[in-house]
Design a protein around this ligand. Sequence first.
Ligand code: ATP
Length: 308
Amino acid sequence: MHEVTKRYPGGITAVDDLDLRVPQGAVFGFLGPNGAGKTTTMRMLVGLVRPTSGRVSVLGQPPGTPRQLARVGALIESPTFYPHLSGVDNLRLAARYAGVPDAAADRALAEVGLTGRARSAFRTYSLGMKQRLGVAAALLKEPDLLILDEPTNGLDPAGVAEMRELLRSLRRDGRTVLLSSHVLGEVEQVCDRIGVINRGRLVAEGSPDDLRAVLGDGSLLIGADPVDQAVACLRGHPAVRAVEVVDGRLRVTASPTLAAELNRRLVEAGVDVTELRPVRHSLEEAFLELTGPDQPVLADATTTGGTR
Ligand SMILES: Nc1ncnc2c1ncn2[C@@H]1O[C@H](COP(=O)(O)OP(=O)(O)OP(=O)(O)O)[C@@H](O)[C@H]1O
């Protein structure tokens, strides 16, 4: 999508000049706090909401057309399943509705790991199983793009773990998935790329490592003897922003890529280095920084070869 803005009647700008490209074969995490504009964006991708301005193209086609919808599987609203019917019967109904053979229901159930409970009534499913059945419904048409809006929302830790495993297997199968979440650890663990959205704007985009990197230095933990001499030596280095002593070790605010150089300097200064390891930003820290009140705009949404 290119320069897409959505203003709702009443004046709320839910999406603000958004550029987004999802590379084919990637699991793309769309991360943002509540109200950031994720659902609105996803609804625009399947033609449920019309953008106020800008261009949306999904798999090379405008959203919401029958040809486009045939290639996209979406779990945006909770799907309605009949509580008294089994998982497989619910899916077979959905398959008929989608115009695909019954066998697609069995295949999709296997893909989400529900074959063992296929014949149990939907009402007996845990929330996590219900959610995975929703993903199975979205997979019925063997879509080229799968859109999942907050698939882990409301799940208990076991349900979250199962969903994570499912997302990993979709990734292994080479499926293109756009997934929204505010569950940071989940996105970090299953996504190849992450776009962070805040107040309708893309504030950062890249791999989980890219996101940590753009947030600056990170730090290094160094065990050194004598400590005072090590502190004096490192404070003199132009790329070191701060040195603190924590529990007898040095916490050095500097890029982890400087590890070898700092080690050499210390040794040359006659300091024994007993330990040296990078302390990386967690994605959570990155996310909170990016979605805080004074967040920088770091988006580089110009990746090539996109699905849209
Ligand atoms: N139909 C609507 N009419 C008016 N305002 C809306 C409508 N739908 C969403 N909004 C507003 O647009 C903004 C973005 O909402 P959206 O649901 O897209 O965000 P979100 O990132 O998906 O958040 P959440 O995680 O809470 O669902 C919010 O301020 C929301 O109140």
